[in-house]
Ligand binder design. Structure first.
Ligand code: UDP
Ligand code: MG
Length: 318
């Protein structure tokens, strides 16, 4: 028996892996995971969730699933986004511990057993922390800014450099599944559950193949959603900002009045009026937009639609 494998507490380990146009990565990912876990004699299942890919991703997974019943697949009928894909995966995972990771090999499959061992020390959740981030400097800056804001909103609770790869136990998964919101920011929910967690450091590599599915606009969208779903602080900021503008207006009025009373020949021309009006109008629209986003989210939540629509499953009984 290998020295890394401490005990047999985990009878079945589930891997939850969202896939969206990942045809270049799938086979390599499966082969690395299977050889690693077979080597450590860890019983496992891989639950893939196809988030509406139209390339060969599904075909490749199905071919593997035919030969290996431990490989399972849920197919969404259209693209729901990664958060819901992960949620669907967790709700269909049968393991007493669940690892969530991406298939692009940015997070290392050869570290899975380290995660298992760390969880076995008695934690409910173990986050992977990235040693360093690959990618272009703009991506890095965006990602750092995003996490800076999220960490501030969360009161610095979310660990720095958090990776996708993480493991949690059944108790944690069951609690996670009680969260019913459609608009979801996974890390926000994870921190909200607030069970006993720790972190381990893992290397971070560039994508094995293919391109990131999160382009600039998708990233901004994701960041917006994360902030809005995670916190109502922007609403407070809106009122604070409104108050600030009001105060500036008051001071301006006072200054103008004083100048007039002092007999200063003080005339505001139409260009300055025009500028102030347009700016004020813009700020109002922007702030109404922020509030409207929350209303839009409430609208989506109150409809209470099913979280996802699964069109087909392979090796899974539903
Ligand atoms: N993904 C998904 N649905 C989407 C976009 C992405 O399920 O709408 C998956 C994708 O297949 C990958 C993971 O989410 O497994 C992370 O995406 P990616 O690696 O492209 O993002 P990055 O690592 O660059 O942030
Ligand atoms: Mg990736």
């Amino acid at each position: 028996m290998n020295q890394h494998y401490k005990d047999e507490k985990i009878n079945l380990l589930s891997l939850v892996v969202p896939v969206y146009f990942e045809q270049e990565c799938i086979e390599e990912f499966i082969s690395q995971v299977v050889s690693h876990l077979d080597h450590y004699k860890q019983n496992f299942e891989i639950v893939f969730i196809d988030d509406g890919s139209t390339d060969s991703t599904v075909k490749l997974i199905k071919a593997k699933a035919q030969m290996d019943l431990r490989i399972k697949l849920l197919e969404f009928s259209y693209n729901h986004g990664k958060e819901l894909a992960v949620t669907a995966g967790i709700s269909h995972a049968r393991g007493d511990a669940i690892i969530y990771m991406d298939p692009d090999l940015q997070d290392p499959p050869e570290k899975i057993i380290d995660f298992v061992n760390e969880l076995n020390k008695g934690y409910d959740l173990v986050f992977g922390i990235r040693e360093e981030r690959f990618g272009n400097p703009i991506d890095k800056l965006l990602s750092e800014t995003f996490w800076f804001i999220i960490r501030r909103l969360s009161g610095e609770k979310i660990p720095k450099g958090i990776a996708v790869m993480r493991i949690f136990n059944r108790k944690f998964a069951d609690q996670f599944l009680k969260y019913g919101e459609v608009n979801r920011f996974i890390e926000g929910i994870f921190m909200d559950i607030s069970y006993n967690w720790t972190t381990i450091v893992i290397p971070h590599r560039p994508r094995f193949a293919g391109v990131s599915k999160f382009n600039f606009t998708k990233k901004i969208g994701l960041a917006m959603r994360a902030v809005l779903d995670y916190s109502d602080k922007p609403l407070e900021t809106v009122s604070l900002f409104g108050f600030f503008i009001f105060a500036v207006g008051l001071i301006a009025a006072f200054v103008v009045l004083t100048l007039v009373l002092l007999g200063v020949d003080f005339k505001l021309g139409w260009p300055s009026m025009f500028t102030i009006l347009v700016m004020g109008f813009g700020i109002q629209l922007f702030l109404i937009g922020v509030v409207a986003k929350y209303i839009g989210n409430i609208y989506k939540e109150v409809k209470r639609r099913p979280l996802f629509s699964i069109k087909e499953t392979t090796n899974i009984d539903v």
